[in-house]
Design a protein around this ligand. Structure first.
Ligand code: SAH
Length: 418
C-alpha cells in the first residue's frame, strides 16, 4: 500500500537542483535486503558465472550444419535434421507422436538426442483478461527463470531471460537480489520463444480480437527478463541469430523487432554495433549524472554515463537504428526536473534523431522502500524531454499485478518450497 511504502530521506545529498524543483534527493539504499558488497566497500559485480553442469545440447544450440552432423552421429540420414527443425521452429512441437513424417522406430531416439526438454513449466500466472502470461520455468539443474508474454494491439511481445539471476546488483531490481546463478544456454533462451508460441497456438493468450483467424506467434522479443544479456554475449547473440534465421532452421523473426537491453557494458555494446544483426538497442541509464548513477547502477563504477551514451550513439552510427534510453522513474531519487534537462542536454550534445527515451514508472520489488514518481512529476519529466526535442514514451507497467513487470522477476518458487 502506498502509505506503507513511504520514501525515507536517507540524508539529502548536495546535488545541484533547480529552483523549480527543490524536492529532497533520496539516496539509493536498500531496505529489507542487503546488497552483496566487495572488499572495496562497493556492490559486488559478477561477470563470470559460478561453475555448474551444462544443460544438454539441443538442436537450437547448433548451426544447420552441426544439426545435420549430429543426426548423422546418431546413425540417421542428415536430412532428418531439417524435419526436426521444422517440427520445432514451425510447429513448436517436441512430441514424437506428432512427427508422422519420421519413421516410428527412430522418433523417440531422435527427439531424445536433438530436442531434450530444457524448460519445465513450474507455474503460469495470467492477468484477469488473460492478455499477459508470466511463465516460471525450471532448468535442468533446478535454476528458475521467468518469461512474460504480452499481447498488444498489432503485436505479441515476449520478455525473455538470458541468465538465471543477475550479477549486476542494481538495488531497485528484484532479479539482482540473489546474484547470478548461471548463464542460460542458447537453446534455453530460444526455447522460451518456442514454448510461448506453443501456448499462443493453443489459444492460451487472451485478448485476441473476435473473428481474427490468422495464425499468431511472438512478433517482438525484449531481452528485459532476468539477467544482463551482454554479460552472456555469445549465447545471446547465437539465440538472436536463430530467432532471425528463416524457417525451418530458425524462427524467421525480424531483427528490428528484437530489443537487447543492457545496464551499460560498453565494450560489449561496441561489439554488438559491429554484428551484422541490426537489433533494437536499449540502454538502462536511469540517471544522467555519475553522482547518482554510481550509486543506482553499480556497473557505473566501470563505465560512466558519458561512456555509455557514447557507446549508444556509436550503436546508432553503425546500424542506423534509433536507440532507446530506459529510465525508471523513482520518486525523489532520479525524477527531478533538472535531471530531465541534463538528460536532454547530454542526448542532444550527441546529435538529433538518434535516440528516444522510455521512462518507466518504478515497479515495486520486495523489500524496496522506493516508489514510483508522482504522475505530475512524471508528466513534467516527459514534457521537459519533449520540449528539448527528444521523443519520449512512458512505458506501461504491464504485468505488475502478477509481478511480471520490469524489475520484478525474481523466480521464487513458493510451490516447490511449501
Ligand atoms: N539487464 C538488462 C535487462 C534488465 S530488465 C538491463 O539492465 O537493461 C529491463 C529494464 O527494467 C531495465 O531497464 C531495468 O533497469 C528495468 N528495471 C529494473 N528494475 C525495475 C523496477 N523495479 N521498476 C522498473 N523498471 C525496472
Amino acid at each position: 500500500m502506498a502509505g506503507e511504502r513511504g520514501i525515507r530521506n536517507n540524508g539529502a545529498s548536495a546535488t545541484p537542483r533547480s529552483t523549480v524543483d527543490a524536492r529532497p534527493q533520496v539516496r539509493p539504499t536498500t531496505e529489507g535486503w542487503q546488497q552483496k558488497m566487495g572488499p572495496d566497500g562497493r556492490p559486488v559485480l559478477q561477470f563470470a558465472e559460478p561453475k555448474r553442469g551444462k544443460p544438454p545440447v539441443h538442436l537450437a544450440d547448433l548451426t544447420a550444419e552441426q544439426r545435420t552432423a549430429r543426426v548423422i552421429e546418431l546413425g540417421l540420414p542428415g536430412f532428418r535434421a531439417k524435419q526436426l527443425s521444422t517440427h520445432y521452429f514451425t510447429h513448436y512441437t517436441t512430441d514424437p507422436a506428432a512427427m508422422t513424417d519420421l519413421p516410428v522406430a527412430v522418433r523417440d531416439e531422435l527427439v531424445a538426442g536433438m530436442l531434450p526438454p530444457l524448460l519445465t513449466e513450474v507455474r503460469r500466472l495470467r492477468t484477469d483478461n488473460g492478455d499477459t502470461i508470466k511463465f516460471l520455468w525450471k532448468l535442468h539443474d533446478g535454476a528458475l527463470v521467468e518469461s512474460v508474454l504480452m499481447r498488444y494491439p498489432g503485436r505479441i511481445t515476449l520478455c525473455v531471460s538470458s541468465q538465471a539471476g543477475c550479477g549486476m546488483n542494481c538495488p531497485f531490481c528484484a532479479t539482482g537480489q540473489a546474484g547470478l546463478t548461471r548463464n542460460m544456454s542458447t537453446a534455453e533462451i530460444v526455447d522460451q520463444v518456442v514454448q510461448a508460441n506453443a501456448a499462443i497456438a493453443a489459444g492460451e493468450l487472451g485478448g485476441k480480437k473476435r473473428g481474427e483467424t490468422t495464425p499468431e506467434r511472438v512478433s517482438n522479443i525484449v531481452f528485459m527478463g532476468m539477467g544482463e544479456p551482454l554479460a552472456n554475449y555469445n549465447r545471446v547473440m547465437d539465440a538472436v541469430r536463430t530467432m532471425v534465421e528463416p524457417q525451418p532452421n530458425g524462427l524467421g523473426m525480424s531483427a528490428r523487432h528484437i530489443t537487447v537491453s543492457t545496464v551499460g557494458l560498453v565494450p560489449a555494446i561496441l561489439k554488438l554495433a559491429e554484428e551484422k544483426v541490426p537489433v533494437t538497442f536499449a540502454l538502462s541509464l536511469h540517471a544522467p549524472d555519475d553522482q547518482l548513477r554510481d550509486e543506482l547502477i553499480p556497473v557505473n563504477s566501470r563505465w560512466k554515463v558519458d561512456e555509455a551514451l557514447d557507446a549508444a550513439r556509436a550503436y546508432f552510427d553503425a546500424t542506423g537504428r534509433r536507440v532507446s534510453i530506459e529510465y525508471a522513474l523513482i520518486k525523489d531519487m532520479n525524477d527531478h526536473a533538472w535531471r530531465a534537462d541534463l538528460l536532454a542536454q547530454k542526448l542532444n550534445e550527441r546529435g538529433r534523431g538518434w535516440v528516444h527515451v522510455n521512462p518507466i514508472p518504478l515497479n515495486p520489488t520486495p523489500g524496496s522502500i522506493w516508489t514510483s514518481s508522482e504522475p505530475a512529476v512524471m508528466r513534467e519529466f516527459v514534457r521537459r524531454l519533449e520540449d528539448s526535442g527528444i521523443p519520449t514514451t512512458l512505458r506501461d507497467t504491464r504485468g505488475k499485478e502478477i509481478d511480471g513487470a520490469c524489475g520484478q522477476l525474481a523466480a521464487a518458487d513458493e510451490t516447490a518450497t511449501a
